[in-house]
Design a protein around this ligand. Structure first.
Ligand code: SP5
Ligand code: ZN
Length: 361
């Protein structure tokens, strides 16, 4: 039995070692660890999926989706941090900002780019949970290349492709990173599909958290519709400031954004009913391609969210989303190492079924 979905992967994705996350002022052991990718790859290979190496792409799509200044910042911030002597002289072994130029702080002053890297760090980052170390940039770049390669496969006729991206991406806005994410891999895949000629794109985000970054990247656009299923930020969950139902898009993008927050504790029935409604709305747009922000953290076993979805729920979700159109699945969150593999196999098996692909024997 073999899972008929190409798994696009870059070894560089293992080089990002966040070294923990600073949550409420204390550095905890991190949840977004390299072992996540190893567990996913092992389970998918054991299920018979073919691993396809990510191909290095140019910067054009990255610099369209993101402010080029964010891309340059991520590419250079560790070098600057080290050159400033922060690891050796101060024991600061990862980039963590401590001042954030919020709208309230600036109160109309122009936003500067401070010369000191420890000041500048807060200009492009909105939380303390998303650390940068020596191997972060090659991994971030590898994840973006995996997303671009998977989008390329779908453009050249594959019905389905899965990008095993790590670090994840859906919390990254045009100009700011956070939420364990650095570049927005799903937005990059969507933009690549557009550049290759797809007219209408649908992004379905089934990570347990709202993909505030993806939402805002496409908030003013009608060519990329964004729909998300997530734990209600109003009930106290990350990203706290976005993911509410009244966020419907703006200008030309008005009506092209849909949030379906769920109460903590929601299980398969509520989750799949909401997903089904999202899919109905997506289907009506007759999309040329679908991008799935595939978080596995809605699972009951996950330590980072209060949603209670089962493996069977994820299988059904895969079937629903992949039936819509040619589909690029992009890995987002999912933190329980013991159940991650089974969840990934379930959702991709469902997707293969939904896409009408047969498992080869
Ligand atoms: C891609 C993705 O799933 N990002 C999730 C980011 C949300 N993280 C918020 C974590 C809140 C604190 N978690 C407590 C564990 C402390 N180590
Ligand atoms: Zn998540």
């Amino acid at each position: 039995m073999s899972l008929p979905v190409p798994v696009v992967w870059s070894e560089d994705c293992l080089r990002h070692e966040p070294g923990g996350e600073v949550w409420l002022g204390v550095r905890d052991e991190g949840t977004e660890v390299p072992a996540r990718a190893l567990v996913l790859r092992a389970a998918l290979t054991a299920a018979g999926a073919l691993v396809v190496p990510a191909v290095r792409h140019g910067d054009e799509i990255l610099r369209t989706v993101h402010d080029p200044e964010l891309v340059d910042h991520l590419a250079g911030v560790w070098r600057d941090w080290e050159a400033a002597g922060l690891p050796a002289g101060y024991g600061r072994d990862r980039v963590v900002p401590y001042v954030f130029p919020t709208a309230g702080m600036l109160a109309g002053l122009p936003e500067r780019s401070p010369p000191a890297v420890h000041g500048r760090a807060g200009l492009y980052c909105y939380d303390t949970m998303t650390l940068v170390g020596p191997g972060s940039w090659p991994a971030i770049r590898g994840a973006a290349d995996a997303a671009l390669t998977a989008a390329g496969l779908v453009c050249s006729g594959e019905r389905l492709a899965y990008a095993l991206c790590r670090p994840p991406g859906h919390h990254v806005t045009r100009r700011a990173y956070g939420g364990s994410c650095y570049l927005n891999n799903a937005a990059i895949a969507a933009q690549a599909l557009r550049a290759a000629g797809a007219g209408q794109i649908v992004i379905l985000d089934i990570d347990a958290h709202h993909g505030n970054g993806t939402q805002m990247i496409f908030y003013d656009r009608a060519d990329v519709w964004y729909g998300s299923l997530h734990v209600d930020p109003g009930a106290g969950w990350f990203p706290h400031y976005a993911g509410y139902p009244e966020e419907r898009g703006r200008g030309e993008g008005e009506g092209f954004n849909r949030n379906r927050p769920l109460a903590p504790g929601a299980g398969d029935d509520d989750w799949l009913a909401a997903l089904s409604a999202l899919c109905d709305e997506a289907r009506a747009l007759e999309p040329d391609a679908v991008v799935v922000s595939l978080g596995l953290d809605a699972a009951a076993t996950d330590p980072e969210s209060p949603l209670c979805v089962t493996e069977a729920g994820y299988r059904t979700a895969g079937r629903l989303v992949a039936a819509l159109a040619p589909t690029v699945l992009v890995q987002e969150g999912g933190y329980d190492l013991a159940s991650l593999g089974g969840l990934a196999v379930a959702v991709l098996s469902g997707a293969a079924e939904g896409a009408g692909l047969r498992a080869s024997s």
